[in-house]
Design a protein around this ligand. Structure first.
Ligand code: HEC
Length: 250
């Protein structure tokens, strides 16, 4: 009996990360004490530029509201954390005395941003290793990426009757990071993805280098990253990375 309990405990524990991946910022992923610490650090390190109420000023963007949310929704918390950690304050404003904050402090500040954007507090603190498991989603749930967002789609490389390169049978576009890079992990996930029903024109191959030959990928299953440009007649992706994931689409 004791033995069984031990096993189920271990199993239960092993299942936890899976449950975690379904979490969003609406699930109370930080607590009040953490956001309060974050507020103090925000005032000290960020408020001078972004303003105490996060409304921004001049070229300094607001850290709450619709425009801010549109840039970050449907990503995990990780890219937002990384931007704050690596790029704030911006290089051109950095003085030799600018303090380097700890990862914990950046996490606390991030929870204060969540609070300011009306995402509810919960029982426990947001941990550093949970950042990539919590999705930022808007009040209405996940939404299609906005115009000009960096996206990833998987589909089949094809040439239309009027000689335009397109990705057909494509998946719904999801927001992506690292425009020029296709990681091994992404390619593995793309290989496993089923084809969809979308079609996108592929534009700006020049970015991929002079050697890039679209013909060589015709009929292959591909992973495309690029900037989504919505137009009335068709949607276009300004390509930043294009990789084969399988040599055939069937
Ligand atoms: C010296 C002024 C300054 C300070 C201090 C500063 N920022 Fe910024 N922040 C900026 C500017 C300017 C931008 C716009 C991007 C750029 O110019 O690099 C920006 C952009 C951002 C963005 C991206 C916003 C968006 O809409 O996508 C976030 C998030 C951010 N800052 C958070 C912070 C946090 C958190 C701190 C404190 C740890 C901080 N910033 C400190 C000036 C500042």
């Amino acid at each position: 009996m004791k033995h069984l309990t031990a096993i189920s405990f271990v199993l239960g524990f092993a299942l936890l990360p899976q449950i975690d991946t379904g979490r969003t910022v609406w699930d109370g992923v930080y607590n009040e004490a953490q956001a309060e610490r974050g507020a103090l650090d925000y005032t000290k390190n960020c408020g001078g530029c972004h303003m105490e109420n996060m409304a921004g000023q001049g070229e300094v963007p607001a850290l709450k509201g619709t425009a801010f949310m549109d840039r970050w929704r449907d990503y995990s918390l990780q890219p937002l954390f990384s931007l704050i950690k690596t790029e704030m304050p911006p290089l051109r404003f950095r003085t030799p005395g600018t303090p380097k904050l700890s990862d914990e402090t950046y996490t606390d500040i991030l929870t204060y941003l969540l609070k300011a954007n009306d995402f509810p507090a919960g029982a426990s603190e947001l941990a550093l290793d949970a950042l990539d498991k919590v999705q930022i989603v808007g009040r209405e749930g996940p939404a299609p990426p906005p115009n000009f967002a960096l996206v990833l789609v998987v589909g089949c490389m094809a040439l239309t009757a009027d000689s335009r390169w397109v990705v057909v049978a494509a998946t719904e576009p999801v927001r992506a990071t690292m425009p020029d890079i296709a990681t091994a992990e992404e390619l593995r996930a793309s290989l496993a993805k089923r084809f969809g029903t979308r079609q996108f024109r592929l534009a700006d191959f020049g970015y991929l280098g002079a050697e890039f030959r679209p013909e060589s990928l015709r009929g292959q299953k591909i992973q495309v990253k690029g900037y989504l440009i919505r137009q009335r007649e068709f949607e276009r992706i300004s390509v930043t990375s294009l990789q084969t994931v399988a040599s055939r689409c069937g």
